[in-house]
Design a protein. Structure first.
Length: 464
């Protein structure tokens, strides 16, 4: 296929795609043995990508070669077994392959008329997820970019429902002179919840904050008086400790008042699928909306978030748009359930992951992550370091001493390259944060990483 500017530059599509596949395969073959974080030399080489925009077309094969030769070495090996930063998952090979095929399809998943295939993949994937989590079968759902927009979308549905209940059409009339809503958040609410509230015009700081316990769980006994114009934002999976708010208790307080309960469960929502950890999110089904990510613990490629809303009509009302050229039928239309109109076919890789794993595979995936986190905690305690949290899911906080010492140990671990962990401050104490989210992480990866951590800590101690 040629563009007008490429009339003298014929593209051999099969050869180009074969070359891309070969390069991608080599990258994945080598990922377990390479540094987790790129070297300074590889980062510096990215300068080759800069410069003025070319005046004339370039050969696709040379573009692909530059992309691989300069780009691949400078990537972070998060798609392997020893990246423990943030809460980043790794993509299953079947999902990478599915996404690659879907990229060739180049479908716009906004409307069924634009792509019947994308619509069905999304329908099936969402139905499977609703069943997996035990949500009401008729609830609304959507695939979005990530938990930030999933939170935004769920809270937009809440805003619609509560203001409609008060006789106010917020989508048409905005928030000027609208009935006042109260938003309740936990002391440890994630920053993306506050960002979503800001985007919705509800305000980052115009919230009622409920104190948390030593693990970051909202204290249900400290909830303020709730009413039918209150949104309570609870959390499944604290980003530092992995702890989950007491969802059943919160929902029991909210239900008589007709308050809306939204669950930010970017990774913690997945505890629901493992009987050994489901008690952490007991009462999850009682909430009104839920947000999570597929690109974290489900290990699909970036980007893929998911939102579920009990009242499907409120989700659609908060997201719908209409125009004479938007041809729709009686079936679900994706763009009427999420902020985006044009959108990629995320349902393809979610469907592939769920079909590949099955219910038992998803359960085992979550359990393995929790087991590896326990192995980290045990080994680091044995080595003489302080684990600061109750390790209930896949998050581990470790201190190597005072703030300066811990920060220096983290720096050396990141620089050495065996593994990668980030820093945080938990209840005033500087700590290293380990998040086990990759399907590739083995006990051997844990042992190798702990050796690197211990070596870094001992080197710092010798220098003090």
């Amino acid at each position: 296929m040629m563009t007008p500017t490429q009339s003298t530059n014929v593209v051999n599509e099969p050869a180009l795609l074969a070359d891309a596949c070969a390069r991608a395969t080599r990258y994945l073959d080598d990922i377990k043995t390479r540094r987790v974080f790129p070297s300074e030399k590889d980062i510096a080489a990215l300068e080759r990508l800069q410069g003025p925009m070319p005046t004339h077309p370039e050969e696709p094969s040379s573009i692909l070669a530059l992309l691989d030769e300069v780009g691949s070495p400078a990537t972070v090996a998060s798609n392997a077994g020893r990246y423990f930063g943030f809460v980043n998952g790794a993509a299953f090979p079947v999902c990478i392959a599915a996404q690659s095929l879907a990229a060739a399809w180049d479908q716009n998943a906004a409307l069924r008329i634009m792509s019947p295939a994308a619509a069905v993949f999304e329908d099936v994937a969402l139905a499977w997820l609703i069943e997996l989590f035990g949500f009401p079968p008729d609830c609304g759902a959507a695939l979005v970019t990530g938990a930030t927009i999933a939170n935004f979308t769920g809270l937009a549905a809440a805003r619609h429902a509560l203001l409609a209940r008060a006789g106010w059409d917020v989508e048409n009339d905005g928030l000027f002179r609208a009935p006042e809503l109260t938003v309740v958040v936990g002391e440890e609410a994630h920053v993306t919840v506050r960002k979503a509230l800001a985007l919705l015009g509800l305000g980052r700081s115009r919230v009622t904050v409920v104190s948390a316990d030593s693990q970051g769980r909202m204290r249900a006994d400290k909830l303020p008086r709730l009413d039918e114009r209150t949104i309570v934002c609870a959390q499944a999976g604290n980003v530092n400790t992995g702890a989950c708010d007491p969802i059943r208790e919160i929902c029991k307080v909210a239900a008589p008042a007709r308050a809306w309960v939204h669950i930010d469960g970017a990774f913690g929502l997945w505890a629901r699928v493992d009987p050994e950890h489901a008690a952490l999110v007991d009462g999850l089904e009682l909430a009104d909306s839920w947000a999570t990510d597929a690109h974290k613990w489900l290990n699909v490629p970036y980007d893929c978030g998911i939102v579920f809303v009990r009242d499907a009509a409120s989700l659609r009302a908060s997201m719908a748009a209409s125009a004479s050229y938007l041809l729709t039928g009686g079936e679900r239309e994706a763009m009427y359930h999420s902020p985006d109109s044009s959108r990629r076919a995320r349902g393809v890789e979610v469907w592939a992951a769920l079909r590949f794993l099955g219910r038992a595979g998803v359960r085992d995936l979550i359990r393995r992550g929790c087991d590896r986190a326990q192995e980290f905690a045990t080994a680091l305690r044995v080595a003489g370091f302080s684990v600061l949290n109750e390790v209930v899911l896949n998050q581990v906080l470790v201190s190597f001493g005072d703030a300066a010492t811990t920060e220096e140990v983290i720096r050396r671990i990141q620089q050495e390259g065996t593994c990668w962990c980030g820093g945080t401050v938990w209840q005033g104490q500087t700590a290293m944060r380990i998040s086990v989210s990759s399907w590739m992480t083995t006990s051997e990866d844990v042992e190798r990483s702990v050796r690197a951590m211990v070596a870094a800590a001992r080197a710092v101690r010798r220098e003090d």
